[in-house]
Design a protein around this ligand. Sequence first.
Ligand SMILES: Nc1ncnc2c1ncn2[C@@H]1O[C@H](COP(=O)(O)OP(=O)(O)O)[C@@H](O)[C@H]1O
Ligand SMILES: Cc1ncc(C[n+]2csc(CCOP(=O)(O)OP(=O)(O)O)c2C)c(N)n1
Ligand SMILES: [Mg+2]
Ligand SMILES: [Mg+2]
Ligand SMILES: [Mg+2]
Length: 319
Amino acid sequence: MTGDNSEFSVIDRLFKPLAGLTAEARGLIDDVAVLGARDGYDLVVTTDAMVEGVHFLSTDPLDLVARKLLRVNISDLVAKGADPYGYQLLTAWPKGMAYEGKEIFAAGLRVDQDEFDFDLFGGDTVSTDGPLLLAITAFGHAPTGRTLSRAGARVGDRVLVGGYIGDAHLGLRVLRGEFDDLSDAHKAHLIRAYRLPQPRDDMADTVLENAHASMDISDGLIADATHLAKASAVRIVIDLDRVPTSDAARAAMVLGADAVDLVTGGDDYQMLCTASAAGAKVLIAAGFVEVGRCEAGEGVDLISNGQVLELEDRGWVHG
Ligand SMILES: Nc1ncnc2c1ncn2[C@@H]1O[C@H](COP(=O)(O)OP(=O)(O)O)[C@@H](O)[C@H]1O
Ligand SMILES: Cc1ncc(C[n+]2csc(CCOP(=O)(O)OP(=O)(O)O)c2C)c(N)n1
Ligand SMILES: [Mg+2]
Ligand SMILES: [Mg+2]
Ligand SMILES: [Mg+2]
């Protein structure tokens, strides 16, 4: 059915059901949401936006765009050891965007709200002459004073990642027509990684208990390791040969993808942690992979076969 596509109709029909009956959201009929303090926890807050053509393709299905929007924000929360709680949503719809597209977008939000037990608390709706722009401010809870940071790494720490690196970057390139000779299954795997990151909310507690420093990888493993190294005042050495890659990524490398692109391409939304030897043991048992070490000094070196690699491009930067 075609709905009335105006601001308040879309809020009433698409967003109110997503807010449900939570006290925080006030039924989406007020000017504010009200978040109560949870005893023994800090409220952890993060904001990430996504812009059509910059973070996703205009051909990406809108339900997956919605789910990616939730997930890139949940990714920041769980990397800090926080339990996802709820979110504020900003939608800047291109003028003339059909109601049906908004409906598909809201349906995607519903799927992942249920998946991650994450509620809509409010937001804002505007229209724009520009491309579709979406933003979420996400809230989570972490035990008081214990929220992980980029700054906790110590010299001697192991550096670990939570899963395959490079799949999403290759997925974007598949969508742009590269690696046409890959099997359909490998293409589908890589495209899925680009369109639907998999934040490990089930790992938040394990990371909180065992990591010294933690963040998610959005700009690329090397770029984000550089952010972590700077915040912690350590040098990080990453061994390219130890970075976990999927079968599909290895097949793409046979077809010419460069291993370095996998660690600089970004869009991974995997966790990057540092831990003591004992902490690393627990994280590895939980599925993390050790990819390097923290040393005295600064910056990040990428090595392969024991040699430091010169990098032309170190990762994603806006602007
Ligand atoms: N426009 C902004 N205004 C205020 N703080 C910002 C802005 N953009 C980014 N930041 C802050 O800069 C830091 C790094 O942001 P960012 O690189 O986007 O982190 P992440 O990669 O985890 O999403 C965060 O503390 C974030 O809150
Ligand atoms: C269409 C398209 N082109 C390029 C990219 C690659 N890309 C865009 S932004 C980005 C970095 C992550 O986005 P950012 O807004 O920096 O997220 P944050 O680090 O703040 O979480 C990457 C790898 C993409 N995801 N989609
Ligand atoms: Mg950000
Ligand atoms: Mg982020
Ligand atoms: Mg982050």
